[in-house]
Design a protein around this ligand. Structure first.
Ligand code: SF4
Length: 372
């Protein structure tokens, strides 16, 4: 196993049990599977090769992942998986690091994590690594991967860079639209999209544990997002929902009377955001955007950021995948308060049903395992 980081804390059986139990809970699977998952983790110790590429990004997803405390990121990177290439955290640089990537690709069968969008304009020259356009590096690495996990808003749907001049795309999508640049290299392989800006570290740990144990991907929606993490609507589960229903909307951040009121008029996109941030929380379960008095930006959705900007302003209409463009503002203004909430719920339920039907047809391809 290649070792890149700081000193490795020793990982114990108790740690494996904790990782197994937490991951099963996150994926909504039975705790009865804990011993099986812990055993699979122990048996695969250091054997699951991971190649982590970074393109047009801010390294925020890497930052988020290495801040994982339970289990410690160093344990995951050094003991649980075999991290073969990651330009931000690996000690090697220059030719040495490119050699490490070439060797990993030659061996094949790894988990490919992609962070950052892929610029296609000017034949990919807006992002090159080691003299190669990132779009070609992704192609080469995806061809030999066993499973592909684009992380963060940029690698999944294009994210913020998509609104710039580089013709940035996610691995399979540009917003809600499928593009076909990588269809040939992704064919027959599981792709698991883990959007949000940045990646939520626990979601990646859970899908890695799932893959190591079962060799399959968890149930996905039609944008290849695990339903266990992206099957819930923020607005339906928001702690400020009572204020929304009662028509109490925050308009003045500095008015103490309005603290805790609904952030809809401050640009909250919670009604169109499907994620589990409201129960998973961030920063090692400290809080999340709405709890920290910040409107939800729906960074988990394919249309973030292009269709949702400017942030902090009330949204007039939004593109809902599977439904089309919806004038939310008009719905709210016409019907008002609790009745509007009912209409919103119907709309969201209809979307959730479409999503769940689509999921029944989602590919459940078993990834090819690396030959040992
Ligand atoms: Fe919560 Fe935003 Fe919905 Fe208000 S609009 S209830 S803050 S999700």
């Amino acid at each position: 196993m290649d070792r890149f980081l700081l000193g490795s804390p020793e990982i114990t059986r108790r740690d494996f049990l904790k990782i197994a139990s937490a991951s099963l809970a996150m994926l909504g699977l039975s705790q009865a599977l804990t011993p099986r998952v812990a055993k699979a983790l122990e048996d695969s110790l250091g054997k699951t090769a991971v190649v982590w590429l970074e393109g047009q990004d801010c390294a925020g997803c890497t930052e988020s992942f290495i801040n994982n405390l339970e289990p410690p990121a160093a344990s995951i990177l050094l003991d649980t998986i075999s991290l073969r290439y990651h330009e931000t955290v690996m000690a090697a640089s220059g030719h040495k690091s490119e050699e490490a990537l070439a060797k990993a690709i030659e061996e094949g069968g790894y988990v490919l994590v992609i962070e950052g969008s892929i610029p296609l304009a000017e034949d990919g020259l807006f992002c090159t690594v080691g003299g190669k356009p990132f779009k070609d590096i992704v192609r080469e690495a995806a061809r030999r991967a066993a499973v592909i996990i684009p992380v963060g808003a940029c690698a999944t749907f294009g994210g913020i860079p998509r609104s710039g001049p580089t013709d940035a795309v996610g691995f399979l999508f540009r917003g809600t639209r499928k593009h076909h640049h990588y269809d040939d290299v992704a064919a027959g392989k599981p792709v698991i999209n883990l959007p949000t800006c940045p990646l939520h570290n626990e979601r990646l740990v859970a899908v890695l544990v799932h893959y190591i144990t079962f060799g399959t991907v968890p149930p996905l929606d039609r944008f290849y997002r695990p339903l266990a993490f992206y099957g819930y609507n923020q607005h339906e589960n928001c702690e400020r929902r009572g204020h929304f229903d009662a028509g109490r909307f925050l308009t003045d951040w500095s008015d103490p009377k309005q603290q805790g009121w609904c952030l809809y008029l401050k640009g909250c996109r919670g009604p169109v955001a499907f994620q589990d941030c409201w129960k998973r929380l961030w920063n090692n379960r400290t809080n999340y955007c709405i709890q920290a008095n910040t409107p939800c930006a729906a960074c988990c959705e394919p249309e973030f950021y292009e269709s949702f900007s400017p942030l902090y302003e009330r949204q007039v209409d939004v593109e809902l995948p599977g439904i089309g463009r919806v004038d939310i503002d008009k719905v709210m203004a016409t019907v008002g308060g609790a009745v509007a909430a009912g209409i919103g719920a119907d709309m969201l339920i209809s979307r959730a049903e479409k999503r769940s039907n689509g999921n029944k047809n989602a590919a459940r391809a078993k990834p090819e395992k690396k030959e040992s």
